[in-house]
Design a binder for this molecule. Structure first.
Ligand code: PGA
Ligand code: ZN
Length: 423
């Protein structure tokens, strides 16, 4: 049993300098856990509610004092002194206390901070590393380390919109270890820095997740520059290093059309364009190619990409069990992008994970564009045997804390890295 003695939260700042929560859970036996929650910018409409103060005079309304207070008062009052058999029971209580469908009473950020802090404290009480705690929660043995997919170029909401496509990521498909994957990515990234200096005459300015963000002349220029950078680093595109893209197309979808730069495409036109890109460039994973409301066309996109690239749902699914069930039924995707704060508790994220797995899907465990130095995501991706992990680039400490944790877990467990499908 795990008896909560005290919950306490602090407003801290994330990688964009915006407030978020860092919460500590102390258990009766003196075991403690502290965890911080991330925050998205390119958010899906179906995400659980992130509670912000709305006081325009402080952090432009983005303060988290109410959420902090909800932990320190509402949740602490309701949970201190209570004993729980484990994570699932705690998370069920959190959901019940909130009582709304989207966690808008207490705030999904407040709730998740407690769910995560409890996980760390419980792992301490059980004297197990956090990744093992997550594996035990899932009831599945540790199998492999996730393959990193690492931001190279950025656009969309993370980079001021100079290109409509949000992320072009490097997938080190031939790497056999995390260590090798990061070393290969470093070479590609440095080649891209040099290419940008030559081609765009500018220093390596980076976006929210550390991707390079020169004024690309459209998405195809991003892919061409990525392929050139892979080659310049001495790798074979498509064999050693491939590409993953996050189109994040919900954010340029209006009145049933995709406003792709100067062009306006209907759904069929957009599918045609995406398929064309996958044919011309070594793209092996395609996230949010269509918008979150464009349910009718996702099955066609998935069918067209099958065997060539993963069809990944982020805004479409929002790590939400109901939306995942709908997508499985409609055959709309084959990969879940798992972001715990989209749903708000570990137990619900696990339910989403299990639904995806039982449909035979793959899972990419993902950070948010607003991150903290906390590294629980690396443990989660290992504990739940994620196929891919998407954390951002290799230039900023809030991203590197996760990569460095993966390196430490790799050294400790000697687990193999998951193979790329078909590799
Ligand atoms: P977000 O972006 O964290 O800003 O939502 C990440 C993504 O879209 O995958
Ligand atoms: Zn996304």
């Amino acid at each position: 049993m795990f008896t909560i003695e005290k919950l306490s939260s602090l407003e801290i700042l994330d990688s964009r300098g915006r407030p978020t929560l860092q919460t500590t859970c102390r258990l009766a036996k003196g075991f403690e856990g502290t965890a911080s929650v991330p925050s998205g910018a390119s958010t899906g409409k179906a995400e659980a509610l992130e509670l912000r103060d709305g006081d325009a005079k402080r952090y432009r309304g983005l303060g988290c004092r109410k959420a902090v207070q909800n932990v320190n008062e509402t949740l602490n009052r309701a949970l201190a002194g209570r004993a729980f058999t484990g994570q699932t029971e705690l998370d069920a209580s959190l959901i019940k206390i909130d009582g709304t469908g989207n966690k808008s009473a207490v705030g999904a950020n407040a709730i998740l901070s407690v769910s995560l802090a409890f996980a760390r404290a419980a792992a301490h009480q059980g004297s197990v590393p956090l990744y093992r705690y997550f594996a035990d929660l899932l009831g599945s043995p540790l199998q492999s380390l996730p393959r990193p997919t690492i931001n190279l170029f950025s656009g969309g909401k993370h980079a001021g919109g100079q290109s409509p496509i949000q992320d072009v990521l490097v997938v080190p498909t031939s790497a056999r270890t995390i260590d090798e994957a990061l070393a290969m990515t470093f070479d590609v990234y440095q080649s891209a820095v040099e290419l940008i200096a030559r081609q765009y005459g500018m220093r390596a300015l980076t976006a929210d997740e550390g991707g390079l963000a020169p004024p690309f002349n459209g998405p195809e220029a991003m892919f061409e520059d990525a392929v050139a950078s892979i080659r310049a680093a001495g790798f074979e595109p498509g064999r050693d290093v491939s590409l993953a893209i996050d189109v994040a197309s919900s954010h340029f979808y209006q009145d049933g059309c995709y406003l792709l730069g100067q062009e306006t495409l209907d759904s069929a036109g957009m599918i045609e364009r995406l398929t064309n890109w996958v044919g011309r460039f070594p793209i092996v994973s395609l996230e949010d190619g269509l918008a979150e409301e464009d349910w009718a066309h996702w099955p066609e996109l998935k069918a067209r990409l099958a065997g060539r690239a993963l069809t990944v749902g982020d805004d479409l699914l929002c790590t939400n069990p109901q939306r995942i069930q709908r997508a499985v039924k409609a055959n709309a995707a084959d990969t879940l992008l798992l972001k715990v704060n989209q749903i708000g508790t570990l137990a619900e994220a696990m339910q989403s994970y299990q639904l995806a797995r039982s449909a035979g899907w793959r899972v990419t465990v993902s950070a948010r564009s607003g991150e903290t130095e906390d590294n629980w995501l690396a443990d989660l991706a290992v504990g739940w045997n994620g196929d891919q992990i998407k954390v951002g680039s290799i230039t900023q400490s809030e991203r590197l804390s996760k990569y460095n944790r993966l390196l430490a877990i790799e050294a400790e467990t000697k687990l193999p890295m998951v193979r790329w499908p078909g590799a």
